[in-house]
Structure formats: C-alpha cells, structure tokens
Write a protein that binds this ligand. Structure first.
Ligand code: NAD
Length: 259
C-alpha cells in the first residue's frame, strides 16, 4: 500500500476528477474515496483517463452505514460506480448496527476476488475489539482522524499487535464545509513552523513527513494543483529523532472533527 495518497472528501465530481488526475500525474498511486462522498464515478473516470494501468493504483472506498445490511449487493454497485473489476481496500465508514455482518460480507468479497483488502474507519478500542471477535481477516487498516495534535499513542500498539496500519484522515488538521478546520492551527504551531523553516519545507510537508516516519499512511485532500504536488514532495529530506520527539510532544488528543 502506498504511504501517501489523495483524499477526495467534499470535492464535487468535477473537482474530484481533476484532483485525482493531477495527483496521478504527480506520482500518487493511492486514492481515497467513499460512497457517501458521491464522487466514486468521477474517481473511476480519472483513473481511466490517466492511462495508468489499474494494477499500479491502490483504490480505497468505504461502505456507508446505511448499506451495512446490504453490503454484498452494495459492493457490486461500488465496483460499477468505480468502473473497476476489483477494489484494493474497502472500509466500513463508521461503527453502526450490522457492521459485523457487513465485515463478513467484505470477507466474502475478498474470497470472490472483488476486494483485495478490508478495514475500518472511525473505530476505537472497543469497536475494533468487537470486529476482531468476528473477523477471519484482521483489518488491514483503520482510518481515523490523526495529526500532530491527535496521534493515537494508545491505539497504535493495539493495531500493531494485529498488523493493522493506522491511516490518517485529516492528516493536516482537516477542513469543514466552510473551508476552515484545523489546518491553519497546525501550520501556525511554533514547533511545526520552526522545523519547516529549518528544512526549507512547508508546514504541510513537515506534518506529512512526520506521518510517514511515524508509520501512518496519510491521505491529504486538496483540489489545488500546487498543494497536490507539494504534498507528495516529501521524500528528499527526513526529520531527525529530536524533531520527531518535538512533534510527538504536541499530542494533546485534540480532535478537530466531531465524528
Ligand atoms: P486534510 O487534513 O487533508 O486538510 C485538507 C485542507 O488542507 C483543505 O482545506 C486543503 O485545501 C488544505 N491543504 C491541503 N494541502 C495543503 C497544502 N499543501 N498547503 C496548504 N493547505 C493545504 O483534510 P481532509 O481533506 O478533510 O481529509 C483528507 C482525506 O481524509 C479526505 O479527503 C478523505 O479521503 C479522508 N477523510 C476520511 C474521513 C472518515 O471518516 N474516514 C473523514 C474525513 C476525511
């Protein structure tokens, strides 16, 4: 699984298609969408238009909670919407009634070759343990709100024990429907700003490099071609142990979202 990808939350079809195309041109190979984002078809179109072979792209989508009782049928619908023969990773979007059944349906879809790997989103200690009790395939990924102010130090050892990778949504602090969210707060944090100056990189790049070195997969969202390029340009420098420790010390279990 690639360690940096592009997320398309809150992008309309036109913007999602353009953003994914720009990202694929810039070397991204991981795309994160969801049924509830309403832009799976646009993501499928961008993949086709890019001309990049399907097997070089890691495509993630998420089953919405209302579809948990009909997960098997919904997986087929997602395949059609995405215009693809298989999906690399499907997540249950949130804990909800019937999630265990939906998880079993995803396992069956793995056996049928429709899905390559499965995981969860917005699952914490208890909900993760509940799924493990019914799972034959442990979750490959749990996607939770993760950034320097909310690092999930308690969850990561638990995930490690099951070979589950933490994937960061809101990796830069996130957005809300008015374009705010915590991004500006994190970019202005004095520790992050100072490390950015020391490396001649942007605060966004420092945060994404921190995710990478901390073992998180990150899926920053943007429709701005300059930001899309910047967010994957993080492989020509590294943070020192001291810089990693400084960012680790920023953790205050502060979330920017309410879900
Ligand atoms: P994010 O932390 O990636 O921040 C996005 C905000 O930062 C946007 O306003 C964007 O314009 C800005 N930005 C991006 N790159 C920048 C840069 N280099 N410089 C300055 N500003 C920059 O938050 P997000 O996009 O909301 O979340 C990322 C992805 O996570 C989503 O697209 C989606 O795929 C996923 N997500 C999942 C869930 C879930 O429940 N599983 C919830 C939210 C988001």
């Amino acid at each position: 699984m690639p360690i940096v990808g592009i997320g398309v939350f809150m992008l309309d079809n036109e913007k999602a298609e353009a953003s994914v195309l720009a990202a694929l041109k810039d070397g991204y190979r991981l795309i994160d969408t969801a049924h509830i984002y309403g832009n799976e078809a646009a993501v499928g179109r961008a993949i086709r238009k890019s001309g990049i072979p399907r097997d070089q792209i890691f495509l993630t989508t998420k089953l919405w909670t209302a579809d948990f009782p009909n997960a098997a049928a919904e997986i087929d619908v997602m395949l059609k919407r995405l215009d693809t023969d298989y999906i690399d990773l499907v997540l249950l979007h949130h804990p909800a009634p019937h999630d265990a059944e939906a998880y079993k349906a995803m396992e069956a879809a793995v056996a049928a070759g429709k899905i390559r790997s499965i995981g969860l989103s917005n699952y914490y200690e208890k909900e993760f343990a509940d799924i493990l009790r019914v799972a034959s395939i442990p979750p490959a990924v749990v996607q939770n709100e993760t950034h320097p102010y909310n690092q999930w130090r308690s969850l990561k050892p638990l995930f490690d024990r099951h070979g589950t990778v933490l994937e960061a949504w809101y990796p830069l602090g996130g957005r809300d429907r008015y374009g705010r969210g915590g991004t500006q707060t994190l970019f202005a944090d004095p520790v992050i700003a100072a490390i950015a100056r020391a490396h001649g990189k942007t605060p966004a790049q420092i945060i994404l490099r921190w995710h990478l070195q901390d073992g998180n997969v990150a899926i920053p969202g943007s429709s701005n071609p300059r930001h899309i390029r910047e967010n994957i340009d993080i492989f020509d420098f590294s943070l020192s142990d001291d810089e990693m420790a400084q960012i680790r010390a920023l953790d205050k279990q502060q979330r920017f979202s309410t879900f």
